[in-house]
Design a protein around this ligand. Structure first.
Ligand code: NCD
Ligand code: ZN
Length: 354
């Protein structure tokens, strides 16, 4: 058979899904925003927008201002909805929580232990200080999103999530059993076990990089800064636990990319920043991970149903379609002054959104 004929009888493989949501996303502000929000808006209907700007989003007013900036930066005609969050600081007040509860655009508060990650200097050092705030969040049903890592310099970076769960999260959950909590970007077997065994109030997001890679991607054959994110990639056994959770059909585990753009020069640096940029093809990256496990039938609920259900929001009704088609991820996205190296740059992806 000649090649042309052979090609024409090949059945094009496609996958149509309810349009997914991204339950953990960094959009930044200023120049870079336009590039990155367009990527997310092409794939996702909604995204939970993280508040760790250089000048953090700490008040309802900050969040509304940031939301307006995001909407302004969207490609025209986009129906993408940024769901806003506030940064929980030692100054957050019970009144702030009441205001969030009444506001239709703000959905949660994000807790960063001080020093845990990019722009987390305003975070909380002693969690006991915020117990009255957690009490109010429980009362007003405002979800708490947690970057779950301890930050004391003596703790091994690969143990920070596990120890956070043991020493910080377990007491919080015991004290506030009705508080809705999302343990963001889980990376360990212990986190999967904790969330699985916890009440229905506790859920977790999983990133594409933690499903697709383990610490070998970061450290074998040279230091690969574009695979450096926090919580750091762990060993393969943890990766296997995350994959098992993602494809399990357990509604406690849902999609949150943690796409975190940094300009290339700040990643390829003697002190490179943490964050992987995945928004350019987030759903394709997840699709690849699910396909490897023969679990494409579990992708839609993970990407489009469980997160909405957890937050008590309606599921989306429109769809996106992916085509089985190989393409090479470019080496850079963005404009001259803010070039961003994507996750898995120059590698082949096997799915592409139409
Ligand atoms: C995030 C960022 O760059 O804002 N970085 C990361 O490695 N994930 C912050 C965060 O979510 O920890
Ligand atoms: Zn994040």
């Amino acid at each position: 058979m000649d090649l042309i004929l052979q090609k024409s009888i090949q059945i094009m493989k496609t996958l149509t899904l309810i349009r997914p949501d991204d339950w953990h996303l960094h959009l930044r502000n200023g120049e870079i925003l336009k590039t990155v929000v367009a990527h997310s808006a092409r794939q996702f209907q909604r995204a939970m927008v993280m508040p760790n700007l250089k000048s953090p989003v700490v008040s309802v007013e900050d969040a509304l201002r940031y939301r307006a900036e995001i909407l302004q930066a969207l490609p025209s005609g986009s129906s993408f909805e940024p769901l806003m969050t506030l940064y929980l600081t030692p100054q957050t007040s019970v009144e702030d929580i009441q205001k969030v509860a009444e506001n239709p655009f703000i959905y949660a508060l994000k807790l960063y232990p001080a020093g845990a990650t990019t722009h987390s200097e305003s975070g909380v050092t002693n969690l006991n200080v915020i117990y009255p705030i957690l009490e109010a969040m429980q009362k007003y049903d405002v979800p708490l999103l947690i970057h779950g890592e301890v930050t004391d310099t003596n703790t091994d970076i690969f143990d920070r999530e596990r120890i956070f769960i043991e020493t910080q999260l377990i007491p919080i959950v015991a004290q506030f059993p009705d508080l809705k909590i999302v343990l963001e970007h889980v990376t360990t077997t212990e986190a999967v076990q904790f969330v699985s065994a916890a009440s229905q109030k506790i859920a977790a997001t999983i990133t594409p990089q933690h499903l697709l890679f383990n610490r070998n991607a970061l450290l074998v054959g040279g230091i690969k800064p574009h695979y450096y994110c926090l919580p750091i990639l762990k060993r393969e056994s943890h990766q296997r636990s995350l994959i098992a959770a993602a494809i399990s059909g357990n509604p406690k585990f849902f999609l949150g990319t943690d796409s975190a753009p940094h300009i290339t020069a700040l990643k390829e640096n003697a002190c490179g920043c943490a964050g992987c940029y995945s928004a350019f093809a987030a759903i394709e990256l997840y699709t690849e991970a699910f396909e490897k496990e023969n679990a494409l039938d579990k992708l839609e609920a993970f990407a489009a149903f469980y997160g909405a259900d957890f937050y008590g929001l309606p599921r989306n009704t429109t769809t996106i379609t992916l085509e089985k088609k190989s393409w090479e991820i470019p080496s850079q996205y963005g404009e001259k002054n803010h070039l961003i190296t994507p996750l898995n740059a120059n590698q082949t992806l096997h799915w592409k959104q139409q």
